[in-house]
Design a protein. Structure first.
Lengths: 404, 89
């Protein structure tokens, strides 16, 4: 069976506009969570993982600006970074042997909001024709496919925060079926006012006084999460092809993937995260003791954190594996979150270091997890498990291993 | 918003195109675009819909979708719009 390796990573995150900047910030504990300025102070939640200093006009061709929401612009930028990192010329791989499968959870909110405003204030004829597709979840995949001529199997997967892992699993399947190169991952941005109130409506967004207290997964003071924007796009290649072209970077292999769905509330059946983890491990042909780190979903709410801690200890045993939640520095990036965690896992493997959560996290002892807190932990890392849950019952898990 | 009665020119058309649909490498400020097709200029059907909506808003001239498919170059479109303006005045 063909194997899929990541040969290029393009990160765009609230604490780093490049993969290197993001990784340095992550290891130094530099947060990208900040007060979001809407020009209106009435919102009940104020802090978001916001990307600042992204110069659209510099990074996005003029032809694409009118027809792209911010989420798509960030995705185009991240994909370009990934191609550069892979030292792969997009024109050389264009055709039916290359595809793109990304995840997206919300669609293009800022552009849609702007056009709706025109609809109500100026009438239907003022609405941009580009709204017809620029709002749509599949737009990131679509615009990348068009821009780079990626005519092979392509898709857009939607599963809130879990979808990013599903996109990666789906892309691995495409590689196994014969597509030599897949762009994969996810990028999200819905921090305009309409997107913001949509996030708040989940009832799970934190409302603290200060950004550093806003999002504390696995803390006794966990009181919600912070929405963020960004994500990661990665180049996934057939391992034989990557070896043949002597790809300069082979970060690791997507060794295992699984997805489960929670039972209906009130049935008494357990949530599906633990089963997703176990299935992903089995898919990778690994036992729990072979995993060096777990990158947790980190919902940031007491009940969900407790459930995740129980799932982790259920699979691994109490305090048996280091647990890392680097998203505490950037927020929950929806479809971009889990791909960013996969990228982080690959960087952890490359550099043998596990990022830490801020020291402010007061871990309840009865969670029984070995949460890496305060300073990064320098240990050999060869195999990582990444977990993600999506609101509504989605659970996904991916196992990444060092490239052989 | 009342329609302007002044004529559409190739230059003002170029400015509107760049404003509503951006610009790719197929032309720059010095290119004589008059006889190039919109396709050659990198503008697809949606870009032309945007163009048409803006012309209607600023010049008061409506171009129906079928007519639009026949106007394949800037000079054809400029001639058409100015013709409609002349008829109206």
């Amino acid at each position: 069976m063909k194997r899929a390796v990541v040969t290029g990573i393009g990160v765009v995150a609230p604490n780093g506009l490049t993969t290197d900047d993001f990784w340095a910030a992550t290891l130094e504990g530099r947060s990208g969570i900040r007060a979001v300025d809407f020009g209106d102070t009435r919102y009940s939640a104020r802090f978001g993982g916001q990307i600042v200093d992204f110069d659209d006009r510099r990074h996005i061709p003029s032809r694409l600006l009118p027809q792209t929401d911010r989420m798509t612009r960030l995705a185009l930028y991240a994909a370009e970074s990934a191609f550069r990192d892979a030292e792969l010329d997009p024109e050389a791989v264009a055709g039916y042997d290359s595809g793109v499968t990304l995840s997206n959870a919300a669609g293009g909110f800022a552009l849609s909001h702007r056009e709706l405003k025109k609809l109500w204030s100026e009438g239907p004829k003022a609405v941009s024709a580009y709204l017809s597709f620029a709002w749509f979840y599949a737009c990131n995949s679509g615009q990348l496919s068009i821009r780079h001529g990626l005519r092979g199997p392509s898709a857009a997967l939607v599963a809130e925060q879990a979808g990013g892992l599903d996109a990666i699993g789906y892309s691995r399947r495409s590689v196994r079926r014969g597509t030599t190169m897949m762009l994969t991952g996810g990028v999200e941005s819905a921090l305009d006012p309409w997107g913001w109130v949509s996030h708040i409506s989940s009832g799970r967004v934190a409302r603290p006084d200060a950004p550093e207290r806003a999002y504390l997964p696995f803390s006794s003071e966990a009181a919600g999460y912070v929405p963020g924007e960004g994500g990661a796009v990665m180049v996934l290649e057939d391992k034989d092809e990557a070896d043949a072209r002597e790809a300069p970077r082979r970060y690791g292999e997507i060794a295992g993937y699984a997805a489960t769905f929670d039972p209906a509330p009130g049935t008494g059946r357990p949530a599906g995260l633990r089963r997703a983890a176990e299935l992903a491990l089995a898919d990778a042909g690994l036992t729990p003791d072979q995993i060096d780190v777990v990158f947790a979903d980190g919902a940031g709410s007491l009940d969900l954190d407790r459930a995740e801690a129980a799932a982790i200890t259920g699979v691994f045993g109490p305090r048996a594996v280091p647990v890392s939640v680097p998203k505490s520095l950037v927020g929950r990036l929806y479809a971009g979150g889990a791909p960013l965690d996969v990228a982080t896992a690959l960087l952890s493997i490359r550099d043998n270091v596990i990022p830490s959560a801020p020291a402010a996290v007061d871990l309840p002892q009865d969670y029984d997890i070995d949460l890496v807190v305060g300073t990064p932990r320098r240990v050999p890392v060869d195999r990582a498990l990444v977990l993600a849950r999506g609101r509504g019952g989605f659970n996904s898990a991916v196992v990444v291993t060092a490239a052989a | 918003m009342s329609a302007s009665s002044s004529e559409l020119t190739i230059d003002s058309l170029r400015a509107i195109l760049v404003e509503v649909a951006g610009q790719d490498e197929s032309f720059d400020a010095t290119t004589d675009i008059a006889a190039m097709t919109f396709d050659e200029l990198g503008y697809d059907s949606l870009a032309l819909m945007e163009l048409s909506a803006t012309i209607e808003k600023r010049f008061g001239v409506a171009i129906d979708e079928e007519e639009l498919t026949n106007l394949s170059t800037p000079e054809a479109l400029v001639l058409f719009v100015n013709g409609m303006l002349a008829e109206a005045s």
